[in-house]
Design a protein around this ligand. Structure first.
Ligand code: 5AD
Ligand code: SF4
Length: 439
């Protein structure tokens, strides 16, 4: 049997794409393996949202050269967001000529044909589509984790935030039909899934491309009706599109977890405008207040970029102010990275690296203090935990997540994996909680 390895960089969307590739490979009789030396096929599914991600891919590609020299029959494929950019494909052709196959995000579903064609030729096969086609339904996929599953509800993005490459690599927004989504989730539940995460670059604008009018709130109500499904999560939400109807749906649907990922990106109105985010600091804070009022104890997480072109110390203080006011439960923080082809790449006043790093460290300090305070509030509280497995370091300790998406560790038997249990939080830490299982 042929063996494969897929390595994935980037967001959940990419991870789920890799699950689809794995599903197609399983149908072709391939088996997954751990060691690159044993692999007949290595695929890198790439991300280009920041320069760091790209550099890692190049570094990893370089390491494959000696392997390929030893085993010339091995096929090396590179796909994902980086491949949607012509200058990157050119760079790979020039610097990594031992790569066999390059394809993009829009023709992932054609992978079996591409692989077959690739085997027929000695030259590098490059097939990247500029345009998204129709949504392809019914692709097989191998989910990494049966209890929890990602489900795409839409693809692409129309927002064109000025720093972001995603609209250029993932194309325009298009939504899957609700019946297809519900069908997929019912199928997952029949196979043991308890929690789904609905994926889209901006789930709040779900449904705009569909013939039958439906919005994200309507979809949540529909999915909430699926029997034996226990938990619904979703990401990412653009603050400009969170309607009061959606807040009501989150509050009313018992399966929708008390957690929202609401990227703020920056606190200063001037920077938000320059980022093309279409909301102000005040609107964002009001939105957070409305959500907290409707869904008490909801956890709020965010994405923040530091050092966007033109960001002054005063602008940055506005970001810190938002962090202090909102009291985030967690945040992904990024140093602004120039992305060729985006409007921000051409903006004047790029911020020097040392200033970016200094601000980044200050942000982390304030953020972590807030996260710790949020977790401390859970001391002695009883939380609902979906047990996902054992702790990385200790086989007698179970690991699960609360509805608010916080990791809890507690002593318990392995038989409890997959159960939803009540746990008392005894020792909240900065990045995780420790607790005791209630009988
Ligand atoms: N530089 C830094 N961070 C970025 N992000 C997107 N593009 C960039 C960039 N050019 C961040 C945003 C987004 C997250 C997925 O990545 O915060 O929400
Ligand atoms: Fe990028 Fe903005 Fe679209 Fe998010 S909403 S994917 S940050 S363009």
């Amino acid at each position: 049997m042929k063996k494969y390895i897929i390595e994935t960089w980037g967001c959940q969307m990419n991870e789920h794409d890799s699950e689809k590739l794995a599903g197609m490979l399983a149908n072709m009789g391939y088996l997954e393996c751990d060691d690159k030396k044993d692999a007949d096929l290595i695929i890198y599914n790439t991300c280009c949202v920041r320069e760091n991600a790209e550099l890692k891919v190049y570094g990893n590609l370089g390491q494959l050269k000696p392997l390929k020299q030893k085993n010339p029959d091995m096929i090396i494929g590179v796909c994902g967001c980086m491949m949607q950019q012509a200058h990157i494909v050119e760079h790979i052709k020039e610097k990594y000529p031992f790569v066999d196959l390059i394809f993009g995000t829009h023709n992932l579903h054609n992978f079996p044909v591409l692989l077959a064609n690739c085997k027929q030729t000695d030259n590098m096969l490059v097939e990247v589509w500029d345009q998204e086609g129709e949504i392809v339904e019914g692709l097989p996929s191998i989910r990494k984790y049966g209890l929890k599953a990602f489900v795409n509800i839409m693809y692409g993005c129309n927002n064109f935030c000025t720093y972001c490459i995603v609209p250029y690599t993932r194309g325009r927004e298009r939504s899957r039909k609700p019946d297809d989504i519900v069908e997929e989730i019912k199928n997952l539940v029949d196979n043991g899934t308890k929690e789904v995460t609905l994926l889209g670059q901006n789930v709040n604008s779900y449904g705009k491309t569909l013939e039958k009018p439906i919005d994200f709130a309507d979809l949540l109500y529909q999915i909430n009706g699926i029997e034996r499904l226990e938990r619904i999560r979703f990401m990412t939400s653009h603050p400009k599109d969170v309607s009061s109807k959606l807040i009501k749906a989150i509050a009313e649907c018992d399966k929708v977890c008390e957690h929202i990922h609401l990227p703020v990106q920056a606190g200063s109105n001037r920077v938000l405008k320059s980022m093309n985010r279409k909301y102000t600091k005040e609107q964002y804070l009001k939105l957070v207040e409305d959500i907290k009022k409707a869904v008490p104890n909801i956890s709020i997480t965010t994405d923040i970029i530091v050092g966007f072109p033109g960001e002054t110390e005063k602008d940055f203080i506005d970001t810190l102010d938002v962090v202090e006011k909102v009291k985030y439960d967690n945040a992904f923080t990024f140093i602004y990275s120039i992305r060729k082809g985006t409007p921000a790449a051409k903006m004047e006043d790029q911020i020097p690296d040392d200033v970016k790093h200094e601000r980044f460290n200050r942000l982390l300090e304030i953020l972590h203090k807030g996260v710790e305070e949020q977790n401390a509030k859970l001391k002695d509280q009883i939380v609902e935990v979906l047990v996902e497995g054992t702790s990385k370091n200790d086989d007698d300790v179970l690991m699960g997540r609360t509805r608010t998406n916080k990791v809890v560790n507690f002593k318990g038997s392995k038989d409890l994996i997959g159960e939803i249990l009540k746990v008392k939080v005894t020792n909240p830490k900065k990045f995780s909680l420790f607790g005791e299982l209630l009988e």
